[in-house]
Design a protein around this ligand. Structure first.
Ligand code: NAP
Length: 259
């Protein structure tokens, strides 16, 4: 299926690894020129080379912290008028809410709510003027089914989800859609770190914990980031102009609800 994206430009945040990298790769395969952002230069440069080699498309790397004003300015300087914006950042730490102070909450809100909103604000009017725009926010299954130890994530991402629900209905008549992708468990560094910490906390062997979590998923496995990237590319496609304000859970059926 041709997604009708050749020649488009995308800004993909937090994309040297994991889900962000998968989104950038899938878009690049469709002929999109991608600008990828991450803090660590080494992984960023390796990913840039890898996507270039695999797709032959233009890949621009920006080494910056997307949760800072300077980082966002650097990203937007490299890709001032994206047709596609993929919002992503590292997830907040786990813990007990009794231990979190205002600063912990502000950091989580900055990364997982206010940064995506700032980037939407900086890019959405240009998309409206050009009559094409696709914005995808990577959130979490925790928006639909909160995870006890990830209260910072549950809270901050729900704030973004509420905001997007309103805005997405205002932009769609201009062929600018805004949707959220909610990952369940995907095999990335983040998942490995979270599960290693959970295993430590419960005194279990990390490898046994990993296998048990995998077995509990109805799919009997974790998600491959490639599967996530392809879903992102479809949401960004020319064909997806009537899909907006939605929250797509990709979790192998782990969420047990009918709807
Ligand atoms: P990952 O494999 O750890 O990759 C995170 C990527 O984001 C890296 O490229 C990292 O590079 C970059 N990054 C992190 N903080 C950044 C910042 N402040 N500015 C710029 N780049 C930044 O993580 P992932 O699993 O892909 O997760 C992506 C998001 O999805 C996270 O918010 C995570 O909480 C959420 N999520 C993931 C899962 C899952 O199963 N994997 C499930 C639910 C939710 P640098 O560190 O070099 O900056």
């Amino acid at each position: 299926m041709d997604l009708g994206l050749a020649g488009r430009k995308a800004l993909v945040c937090a994309a040297s690894k994991g889900l962000g990298r998968a989104c950038a790769t899938s878009l690049a395969r469709e002929g999109v020129a991608v600008t990828i952002v991450a803090r660590g230069r080494e992984a960023l440069e390796a990913t840039t080379e890898e996507i270039r080699r695999a797709t032959g498309t233009v890949v621009t790397a920006v080494a910056a912290d997307i949760t800072t004003l300077a980082g966002r300015e650097a990203a937007l300087a490299a890709c001032p008028s994206p047709d596609i914006l993929v919002n992503n950042a590292g997830g907040p730490p786990s813990g007990d809410f009794r231990d979190w102070e205002r600063d912990n909450w502000i950091r989580a809100l900055d990364a997982n709510m206010l940064t995506p909103i700032a980037l939407i604000k900086a890019t959405v009017d240009g998309m409206i003027a050009r009559r094409f725009g696709r914005i995808v926010n990577i959130t979490s299954s925790a928006v639909k089914a909160p995870i006890d130890s990830l209260g910072l994530s549950n809270g901050a991402r729900s704030g973004l989800t509420g905001f997007v629900a309103g805005l997405a209905r205002q932009t769609v008549r201009h062929n600018v859609t805004i949707n959220n992708l909610l990952p369940g468990s995907f095999e990335t560094d983040r998942l490995r770190d979270n599960f290693a910490e959970a295993a430590r906390a419960s005194g279990e062997d990390p490898a046994a914990y990993w296998r048990a979590q995998m077995a509990e998923n109805p799919a009997g496995r974790f998600g491959d980031p490639y599967e996530f990237g392809e879903a992102c590319a479809f949401l960004c496609s020319a064909q997806a102009g009537y899909i907006t304000g939605q929250n797509f859970l990709i979790d192998g059926g782990e969420y047990p609800g009918t709807l």
